[in-house]
Design a protein around this ligand. Structure first.
Ligand code: SF4
Length: 749
């Protein structure tokens, strides 16, 4: 009889980092449960956690590298794949320059420590300006806003609601009951949200949909998509108008207050009410409640980012927090103090850089080295110097996640070389020349370097690999190091030597940022970590120089990786603490309340109110059992009724003669899909909703479960040319569409 072993790790399927207790027997995962002794999640999990087992066992998951040949896919040895890919990339670089090779990174990277820490290494080897990632689909406004206001690179200066202590929580364009929080790492979102009310606080939700979070709230208001910035600036207007400004901890640390006052003067509640769909009296009352609550937090997420005024909306959220004295105080919005400070690993410098160069075709500014992902197709399709001719994909399926998928698919078909680091043959990787599958989450160790920067409580946890990677299968960091070394002409250098260089670079950056131990040197760090390898060693280094670390012996009771591993359920490092002084890194040394980029975009906000052909706007919808498109290939996460349905309000359905249970044809400027209809009063009239990540009916994939639950791809409708001007983020929520009954019109276009 084989022995059962128990392992502890954090869940890799969303940002909440729930603790898992995973039992294995021989080479099988036999159970996945919530870890009751995890101090952060206390046993909470959602149905997606079970996906760890299904993903590990999924027979569709690739385990050997694949090369496209004239007769189909063929397995290839890892070294041969590295060599051939590098040769072809170098030849393209030689002929067309560095920017001809693009890279696109998906959000699963945040759950793969090796990918997270070694992607920068590979990108340095690539030395290309054609860098795109999933943050440039849904997070750029937040990156721009926090970078300009607080002066640090994402995610080191994103204030998160101190949800366990707040007395008033205003949620705009987010559905944490289902998403479990985004840019707000918090296990047990439903319990924590209920907790606000149970201790006498108030929860208010603003959303075009009466979402699962709205169902828990004291109050919900529908809002017209794309008008959050109007609402928030009208709330700011009220704060000034009624002399309710109280900067609290930000007193004497803000610049631009008068400019904000001038901007807000233009947006009275009465002026914006009709466009937002919220009564002036309610707008004023919400502002008063935020200002008068003992503590309060305004939290906006996807809905405030992926819209036409995403940067202004995210700006408005933090303006409201700062002007009501709720920044950096318990119960307000606060900055986490991560045990592994990721900014220690970033090049030192003030704030983020924006607009050092512009995209070749669309003239979009880079943001911290990223080009808006909506420009990817035009950069590939438009001929000329700098045209992207090869792409490297890291854990992503952009043909289902990026705007205007049909155009992007056309672009990907034109590439001279497409390389995908991915374990599925999906709708995007089916176009690849090489697929390099790295192990699933259960097969690698992990530390949530990025997500703990956004946690609502300071915690640290080392995640065990619950099963070893398949024989001979490299981890993601090794794949990136091998390819990067070849691009730098270090083909024959062993990966351990490449890794030593990587550690040296990380150590030098960490020492430069280190304020605590002036005598600590990179050479000492490297010497003391000799014998280790890979991302685990980098985490150990960052942990030991971090705020709770042992300083390589200088603080004997401090954290080391060994001590962290000795606590397999994780360590609670306490509630969030005020730390504005440590975070602020702007040139003025103050919070920049009125960055020029935002001021320049105000006129556009004042003048624009967008509507579709028959007045309908399409928004997305998050589902409890779905995160990335790959979760659709896991049986436990797709069973039950079809979830990829078009939601429409009864008044719109009546007007358009859409029958319950029928199919509707949805058309935008760029495409058309047909979807089954659900008529519901949970949606604002004039707004329709389709979830994203579906559309698994493409030929040439190996996603047997997903193809039985294909759904439709909502990004056939989203428009790459409709974007938030300030950040370049494509509008995914608020696409103008027309809807008509599908029956008599034939198949999907
Ligand atoms: S809430 Fe997120 S982290 Fe927690 S179990 Fe579900 S998917 Fe995993």
């Amino acid at each position: 009889m084989q022995q059962t072993q128990t392992h502890y790790r954090s869940c890799p399927f969303c940002e909440a980092t729930c603790g898992l207790e995973v039992e294995t027997r021989a080479d099988a995962i036999v159970s996945v449960r919530g870890d009751k002794r995890d101090p952060f999640s206390r046993g909470f999990i959602c149905p997606k956690a079970y996906g760890l087992k299904e993903l590990y066992h999924d027979e569709d998951r690739l385990r050997r590298p694949m090369r496209r040949t004239a007769s189909g896919w063929q397995e290839v040895a890892w070294d041969d794949a590295y060599d051939e890919i590098a040769d072809r990339l170098l030849a393209i670089r030689e002929r067309h320059g560095n920017d001809a090779i693009g890279m696109y990174t998906g959000n699963p990277v945040v759950h793969d420590l090796g990918a997270l820490l070694y992607r920068p290494v590979f990108q340095r080897a690539l030395d290309s300006r054609s860098l795109f990632n999933s943050s440039a689909i849904d997070t750029l406004p937040k990156i721009v806003q926090t970078g300009l206001m607080f002066g640090r690179p994402f995610p080191t200066a994103v204030p998160v609601p101190d949800i366990d202590r707040t007395d008033y929580l205003l949620i705009i364009g987010a559905n944490p009951v289902v998403s479990h929080g985004s840019l707000m790492t918090m296990p047990d979102a439903p319990g924590r949200l209920k907790g606000v009310r149970q201790r006498g606080g108030k929860l208010v939700v603003i959303d075009p949909r009466r979402s699962e979070t709205a169902a828990l709230a004291d109050e919900h208001h529908f809002i017209r998509p794309g008008t959050d910035a109007l609402l928030l600036l009208a709330m700011v207007h009220t704060l000034f108008d009624e002399a309710r400004i109280d900067l609290g901890a930000a007193r004497d640390r803000v610049a631009g207050l008068d400019q904000v006052r001038e901007v807000a003067a233009r947006f009275t509640p009465e002026d914006v009410a009709e466009r937002c769909g919220i009564a002036p009296a309610d707008i004023r009352r919400l502002a008063r409640e935020l200002a008068s609550a003992r503590s309060a937090a305004c939290y906006g997420r996807l809905g405030t980012c992926v819209q036409e005024f995403g940067t202004l909306a995210t700006w408005g959220c933090d303006l409201v927090n700062i002007l009501t004295g709720n920044l950096d105080r318990p119960g307000g919005v606060m900055f986490a103090t991560p045990a592994v400070p990721v900014d220690a690993a970033l090049p030192p410098g003030k704030g983020i850089e924006i607009g050092r160069w512009r995209s070749r075709v669309g003239n979009q500014p880079e943001v911290g080295g990223l080009i808006p992902s909506s420009t990817m197709a035009e950069e590939i399709l438009t001929e000329g110097d700098g045209q992207v001719r090869a792409m490297v994909l890291l854990m992503t399926n952009p043909l289902r996640s990026a705007a205007n998928s049909a155009q992007l698919e056309q672009a990907f078909r034109k590439l001279e070389l497409l390389v995908a680091v991915d374990f599925y043959l999906n709708e995007t990787t089916r176009h690849a020349d090489f697929i390099l599958p790295t192990p699933s989450a259960a097969e690698h160790e992990h530390y949530d370097v990025g997500l703990y920067c956004l946690a609502v409580r300071n915690v640290a946890k080392w995640s065990e690999a619950v099963r070893p990677a398949p024989d001979g299968s490299p981890h993601t960091w090794e794949v990136l190091a091998n390819l990067g070394a070849r691009l730098m002409g270090l083909r024959d250098v062993p990966v351990a030597d490449v890794d030593a260089l990587v550690l040296q670079q990380y150590a030098a950056a960490a020492v430069e940022r280190n304020q605590r131990w002036q005598d600590l040197t990179a050479d000492e760090i490297v010497a003391k970590l000799e014998g280790g390898i890979g991302p685990e060693r980098v985490v150990e280094m960052l942990l030991r120089v971090g705020p709770y670390g042992d300083g390589f012996g200088r603080n004997p009771d401090g954290l080391t990786l060994e001590r962290l591993k000795a606590q397999p359920h994780g360590i609670d490092l306490g509630p969030l603490e005020p730390r504005l002084d440590q975070v602020l890194n702007t040139e003025s040394g103050k919070i920049e309340l009125a960055p020029q980029l935002m001021l320049d975009d105000v006129e556009r906000l004042a003048s624009r109110a967008r509507a579709g052909g028959n007045g309908l706007l399409l928004i997305g919808r998050r589902d409890l059992r779905s995160t990335n498109s790959f979760t659709h290939n896991l049986p436990a996460l797709v069973k039950g009724p079809d979830r990829c349905t078009l939601h429409i309000h009864p008044s719109d359905a009546d007007r358009l003669r859409i029958e319950p249970g029928s199919r509707a044809r949805v058309s935008s400027r760029v495409g058309t899909v047909e979807a089954p209809v659900e008529i519901t009063t949970d949606l604002m009239p004039g707004v329709v909703s389709l979830p994203h990540g579906w559309g698994h009916d493409a030929d040439g994939t190996r996603l047997r479960t997903a193809s039985e639950h294909a759904g439709v791809n909502t990004n056939l409708l989203t428009d790459d040319q409709l974007y938030d001007t300030a950040s370049g983020t494509a509008v995914l929520f608020g696409t103008p569409v027309e809807i008509e009954p599908a029956e008599s019109k034939g198949a999907e276009a």
